[in-house]
Write a protein that binds this ligand. Structure first.
Ligand SMILES: NC(=O)c1ccc[n+]([C@@H]2O[C@H](COP(=O)([O-])OP(=O)(O)OC[C@H]3O[C@@H](n4cnc5c(N)ncnc54)[C@H](OP(=O)(O)O)[C@@H]3O)[C@@H](O)[C@H]2O)c1
Length: 260
């Protein structure tokens, strides 16, 4: 069973410039399409330049405003350069969806490799710290903005299958809350989302390594199915919008009830 509800855009993000990482596929690509349809000028970032350009072309064909910037989340300079590119393009930043991440090689704590721990630290945690500070500096120049970080249901409890991933996502929740408290007076709201099982390449990669995981994840979701990427993007869109003007420091589950 999939979600087929067709939701008409209402201009939720009209007039806003929004930067999106992990925009080449999955939740980030769905977010880029949705935010543009909701009136935002979007800047898409990831490593796969061709995939980004394809989405940019589609959005422009629909009358939207979109650009792509190649970005490696493992490289701090690359992240700062991407935010600089947003400034060059638009001179401002109103919203940022820090969503890109990599899955680790699934396996127990004892056998998680040093390389995996380092990669999870750099790509899934440190990148968001670097991105948020660069984004906040640009947002402050126009009186503030909103940031949404994609964490995971895997951050909420012990995570024996993906221990480094879970730890970095929990650390991300911490800096999300800290940034919300630190930057509230600057007019910058910072929130997180914790998706549960979502039908993307990341779940396919996990399934390829651990056959049966999609079935087990789905069985634990009270709504009885995984999320479609656009459903997760809807929550980020609302958090980035002015409708969420009093929401900051929240870590919002988007998991069909799996964490309840
Ligand atoms: N799918 C789920 O069930 C699920 C559940 C909980 C949380 N999440 C979270 O949701 C977010 C989106 O994941 P998804 O499911 O949409 O996964 P996905 O389809 O694998 O997409 C991941 C995105 O992150 C980008 N990325 C990965 N490594 C990068 C790097 N080093 N530099 C720049 N970009 C990088 C990828 O782009 P390139 O490869 O082109 O660089 C891609 O656009 C992630 O934060 C993930 O942890 C997903």
């Amino acid at each position: 069973m999939t979600n087929t509800v067709d939701i008409a855009p209402i201009g939720l993000l009209s007039g806003k410039v929004v930067f999106i990482t992990g925009a080449s596929r999955g939740i980030g690509a769905a977010a880029a399409r949705l935010f543009a349809a909701e009136g935002a000028a979007v800047v898409l970032a990831a490593r796969s330049t061709e995939a980004l350009q394809k989405i940019v072309t589609e959005i422009r064909a629909e009358g939207g405003v979109a650009d792509a910037v190649t970005l490696d989340l493992a490289d701090r300079a690359s992240i700062r350069a991407a935010v600089d590119r947003v400034e060059e393009l638009h001179g401002r930043l109103d919203g940022a969806f820090n969503n890109g991440a990599a899955i680790q090689q699934p396996g127990p704590l004892d056998t998680t490799s040093d390389e995996d721990i380092d990669q999870q630290f750099a790509v899934n945690f440190r990148s968001h710290w670097t991105a948020m500070t660069a984004e906040a500096a640009l947002m402050r120049r126009n009186g503030g903005g909103a940031i949404v970080n994609t964490s995971s249901i895997g951050s909420r409890r012990a995570n024996p299958a993906l221990p480094a991933y879970g730890a970095m996502k929990r650390a991300l929740n911490s800096i999300t809350e800290t940034a919300a408290v630190s930057w509230g007076r600057d007019g910058i709201r910072v929130n997180g989302i914790t998706p549960g099982g979502t039908a993307t390449e990341m779940m396919k990669a996990w399934e390829a390594d651990t056959p049966g995981i999609i079935e087990r994840v789905t069985a634990a979701i009270p709504l009885g199915r995984m999320a479609e990427p656009h459903e997760t993007a809807q929550v980020a869109a609302w958090l980035l919008s002015d409708r969420a003007s009093m929401v900051t420091g929240a870590i919002v589950p988007v998991d069909g009830g799996a964490g309840a």
